[in-house]
Design a protein around this ligand. Structure first.
Ligand code: HEM
Length: 147
């Protein structure tokens, strides 16, 4: 009897721990993209904002535009207050699945690696170096010929 009690208690604890953070895949989140069922991803966290749409001071349209997708950039672009970030907590339902996290940031990575400055330097440095070597070589050759 005592042992049974122990087992069921342990199970309860495990269940509670498992239920602490629920992970959703991008595919699951994308399905919640209607005005009646609106989920958003902000900083890899998932929010069910269906009941907040009408209350949003910035209007429901902007939230619906991001429905079922990553709204981190637009949320931060607006420069939301600390109050807004506290409201956000009420709608937290889980986190984005680890496997889907990199996909959201791929845009940023793409921008930083394909920046104009980096493509410039990749060909400018060898080109300038080749030019200098060529000029020095010519200078020595001319010197050599005249002497
Ligand atoms: C569930 C997530 C969101 C919450 C809890 C939230 C909350 C709020 C709050 C409380 C305000 C009033 C101003 C402030 O306190 O900062 C606000 C304004 C605003 N929000 Fe959101 N917001 C959310 C998501 C978004 C998203 C994804 C956008 C996308 C564009 C957005 C766009 C705006 C705009 C344009 C304003 C008006 C700013 C102004 O008039 O100065 N919000 N939001």
């Amino acid at each position: 009897m005592g042992e049974e009690m122990k087992n069921s208690n342990t199970e309860d604890v495990t269940e509670t721990l498992d239920n602490c953070v629920k992970y959703y895949t991008l595919e699951e989140i994308t399905a919640h993209n209607t005005s009646k069922d609106t989920w958003l991803i902000i900083h890899d966290k998932v929010y069910d904002v269906s009941s907040f749409l009408e209350e949003h001071p910035g209007g429901e349209e902007v939230l619906l535009e991001q429905a079922g997708a990553d709204a981190t950039e637009s949320f931060e672009d607006v420069g939301h207050s600390i109050d807004a970030r506290e409201i956000l907590l009420q709608y937290f339902i889980g986190e984005l699945h680890m496997d889907d996290r990199g996909k959201n940031n791929s845009k940023e990575i793409y921008v930083s690696t394909s920046g104009e400055s980096s493509s410039w330097t990749t060909w400018m440095i060898p080109a300038v170096a080749a030019l200098i070597v060529g000029l020095v070589y010519r200078y020595y050759m001319l010197e050599h010929k005249s002497s």
